[in-house]
Design a protein around this ligand. Structure first.
Ligand SMILES: Nc1ncnc2c1ncn2[C@@H]1O[C@H](COP(=O)(O)OP(=O)(O)OP(=O)(O)O)[C@@H](O)[C@H]1O
Ligand SMILES: [Mg+2]
Length: 272
């Protein structure tokens, strides 16, 4: 399944295997969100595969604006119903313990009102005690994500999903053991629903490392983005760290971000 980034498809020998859970990791500013935007947006535009982009870190407007800066037209596809950019980052702020919102039904009303502004339907929440519990606990967790995906699947034939990022779920929940368990169960859910997904996580240390040390075990494919300092110059690099069900390129390649998106130089290798 093409990733929406032609040069990345060359490294992956065609793209992500269909119906798999994939991971993109990197430090802040490395291009993780852009990878997700290209994956979901071009899935709709070029391959007619409806997509859902869940943002937890950045506001919806910020994602739409970034997409437009790369020449994408997200609003058009959102209107047609093939693309959804859903910001869930603010959910817990409305229902959580520090929220100013009144508890119970009135809190739900506030959530509905705010969701309308974001073009998001939250009616599913009333039938989802697990998600409700997470939100009242003050964080958006995997149960909430699952409920959102499930409710959208009832209305639309979503094929591609991006979650930007799962690291923020781990950081907010504050319990690493729980994060691991729920992440794996979320992965099973995504495969069950026959979605091809791309999850984002952080990486700070050596290339290939991930924030919680488990995200790469779950993933079928792991794309590592890095910002390296090579002879005094900052360089973006990409490596395919892992790919189940197929062969892939294993080199460290330089890439640039242009107005057309990510462009990997697949013929050049970075010596470390
Ligand atoms: N229109 C554009 N043309 C060229 N480069 C751009 C353009 N828009 C953004 N960039 C570059 O893309 C990078 C942002 O990538 P992105 O937001 O995908 O990274 P990220 O890993 O998701 O970072 P974070 O989540 O920490 O903000 C920035 O470093 C910026 O310089
Ligand atoms: Mg980002």
């Amino acid at each position: 399944m093409p990733t929406g980034i032609d040069s990345l498809d060359l490294l992956l020998k065609g793209g992500f295997p269909a119906q798999t859970v994939n991971l993109v990791s990197g430090p802040p500013g490395s291009g993780r969100s852009l990878t997700c935007m290209q994956f979901v947006y071009y899935g709709v535009e070029r391959f007619d595969e409806p997509g859902l982009y869940i943002t937890l870190d950045e506001e919806r407007q910020s994602i739409l604006r970034a997409m437009k800066s790369f020449g994408m037209r997200p609003e058009m596809y959102e209107e047609e119903g093939d693309l959804t950019v859903a910001d869930l980052g603010w959910f817990s702020k409305v229902l959580g313990p520090e929220a100013e919102a009144p508890a119970g039904l009135a809190g739900m009303d506030l959530l509905r009102e705010r969701a309308r502004k974001d073009n998001l339907d939250v009616e599913w929440l009333s039938g989802e005690p697990d998600a409700h519990e997470e939100l009242e606990g003050g964080f958006v967790g995997f149960r909430t994500l699952q409920a959102v995906v499930e409710s959208l699947l009832k209305k639309r034939k979503i094929r591609r999903l991006a979650v930007d990022s799962v690291a923020s779920i781990g950081l907010l929940s504050g319990q690493e053991e729980l994060f691991r368990k729920e992440l794996f169960s979320f992965g099973r859910f995504l495969r069950d629903r026959k979605l091809t997904s791309l999850l984002v996580t952080e990486s700070f240390g050596p290339a290939g490392s991930v924030r919680f040390g488990v995200e790469n075990f779950l993933a079928d494919t792991h794309i590592c983005l890095s910002l390296r300092n090579i002879r005094g110059e900052s360089m973006r690099t990409v490596t395919v760290q892992k790919m189940r069900f197929g062969t892939h390129d294993t080199g460290v390649h330089p890439f640039t971000i242009t107005s057309r998106g990510m462009e990997i130089n697949v013929r050049e290798f970075v010596k470390l």
